[in-house]
Design a protein. Structure first.
Length: 277
């Protein structure tokens, strides 16, 4: 059995199928870890989600900001963005079944030596805390009152961890860290405006994974979300969003060997022009 982690798919169904063929993925014996943003912005969101639903027995999935956005749009708490490509999914006869499955996925997943999250973790959180905190959001998403959570999920504040946070503020902060985080300031406050390359990070901001005294420094963390970051393979940091949607590549990492396999973006997946997010 081989386990592969795959970067942000974002509805790029044809690239996904090409990558699975290239790694000779066998759903009967192999496993896939998907780092979130399965859907939206590419042309094949419905096809990607149907494939994932059909192969759920061999998948481990964490939710990304675009996956959560699809849930919010589906329940009409916000209007779809002009660059969203959710129309086919939301009009599909199996939409409720697919979206029900989607909201029952993880925010953080950990197994063996690895931890997977879509965006990042705040520096104060240990691996064990991250899992417990993600379980709070997962419970809100899966519970009978999940619409209450979705209706108040959006917002940039609070933007700094406080263990005494409760209710809506606590859930919003946890969700933002795990699905939107890229950089923090020296106080550990999340900044959501910067989306560029490492070389362009403004003074006073630091990538979450380079924050001093980060409690998860000894944990091997797999994440996506930051397409401008590109492929990163450090000792304990593996960034796998390589901008397939933007004409880059879709990337898989073999978790046993850390070997990288990539396929180029597919023209049938493209939906341009859109703004990176």
């Amino acid at each position: 059995m081989t386990t592969y982690a795959i970067g942000d798919i974002q509805g790029c169904y044809h690239a996904l199928q090409a990558l699975l063929a290239r790694i000779e993925f066998d759903p009967d014996i192999d496993q896939l870890w998907l780092v979130g943003d399965l859907i939206n912005r590419g042309n094949g969101s419905l096809e990607v989600l149907r494939w994932c639903y059909q192969h759920q027995a061999c998948l481990k999935v964490v939710l990304g900001n675009h996956d959560l956005h699809a849930l919010v749009v589906a329940h009409e708490f916000v209007v779809a963005h002009r660059s969203d490509t959710l129309h086919a999914l939301l009009a599909a006869e199996d939409r409720d079944e697919l979206l029900h499955w989607l909201r029952h996925q993880h925010l953080v997943y950990s197994e063996g030596d690895y931890l997977m999250v879509h965006a990042g973790l705040l520096p104060q959180w240990t691996r064990e805390q991250a899992l417990m905190l993600s379980a709070e959001v997962e419970a809100a998403l899966r519970g009978d009152q999940y619409l209450d959570f979705l209706s108040t999920m959006y917002g940039n504040y609070p933007n700094a961890w406080d263990p005494d946070l409760i209710g809506t503020d606590r859930l919003r902060l946890l969700t933002n860290a795990m699905t939107r985080l890229r950089v923090c300031n020296v106080k550990g406050e999340m900044d959501f405006a910067f989306k560029g390359e490492l070389k362009d990070i403004p003074d006073g901001l630091t990538p979450w994974f380079d924050m001093p005294n980060r409690a998860t420094q000894d944990t091997q963390i797999i994440f996506g979300h930051w397409s401008a970051l590109g492929l990163q393979q450090r000792e304990n940091v593996f960034a796998l969003d390589t901008g397939c949607l933007w004409g880059g590549h879709l990337t898989a990492m073999n978790l046993q060997t850390k070997a990288i396999t990539q396929v180029p973006s597919h023209p049938l997946d493209s939906h341009y022009p859109i703004t990176k997010a």
